[in-house]
Design a protein around this ligand. Structure first.
Ligand SMILES: [Zn+2]
Length: 227
């Protein structure tokens, strides 16, 4: 595994379209594990392959309290509802802005073994998937800003911390590689209290970490340590 350099806006690769993965092979699996390590090192909730210089349709996602996972050739098949939410991007360090995202999405993709899976996601997980899938089309969150004035240098308003409390539900359906019918293997429900953006934090540090002040006993700081 390796930590890859993250391309930063306005690097032109962030505006290019990624190609579908034709075959999930060892090279793709290596990219996935490098992307997961890079995402965790940067403390992001998601990463898209173009952000590490690979124009392939691969994204990795990790929301608080859940394991990281990859979506290869991801497709959002349904979007419901809308909400305004503050968002940042590892390729736009130091800034966050207000964008409109879906409340609920259905998506499908391949996993790193080439197996098909579908998932439904809400709130932060839906937002992260929408954000990363956008990257595969050369779209960055700046394109979704509700108003230009809504782009903030992170941490310039220490007196006005942004709090986000989100709940999300994941219904993951993992398919055996060769099977046609999906099998429901896990249902996860959780609520995450997200961190306050403060004057000292960089955008990556401020991105969706659990708050120190979370009072629910099952909420604790996400341990990003890894080998
Ligand atoms: Zn991004």
């Amino acid at each position: 595994m390796a930590i890859l350099p993250i391309r930063v806006f306005p690097d032109p690769i962030l505006r290019q379209k990624a190609r579908p993965v034709k075959r999930v092979d060892d090279a793709v699996r290596r990219l996935v594990s490098d992307m997961i390590e890079t995402m965790q090192s940067a403390r992001g909730v998601g990463l898209a392959a173009p952000q590490v210089g690979e124009l392939r349709q691969v994204i990795t996602i990790q929301v608080p309290e859940q394991d990281a996972f990859a979506m290869i050739n991801p497709e959002i098949t349904r979007r419901d509802g809308s909400r305004e939410v503050t968002e940042g991007c590892l390729s736009v360090p130091g800034y966050s802005g207000l964008v409109t995202r879906s409340i609920h999405i259905n998506a499908r993709a391949l996993d790193e073994n080439g197996g098909r899976f579908k998932l439904t996601a809400e709130e932060l997980l839906a937002q992260a998937i929408e954000h990363e899938v956008d990257h595969l089309s050369g779209i960055v969150f700046l394109d979704h800003l509700i108003a230009h004035e809504e782009l903030h240098k992170v941490g310039t308003s220490p007196d006005e911390p942004h709090w986000h409390d989100v709940g999300y539900t994941v219904y993951a359906q993992h398919a055996p590689t060769l099977a046609r019918d999906f099998e429901l293997v896990e249902v996860m429900n959780t609520v995450a209290r997200l961190s306050r953006l403060n004057a000292e934090s960089s955008l990556s540090e401020a991105s969706y970490d659990l708050a120190d002040g979370a009072h629910e006993s099952d909420l604790h700081s996400h341990d990003h340590s890894h080998s």
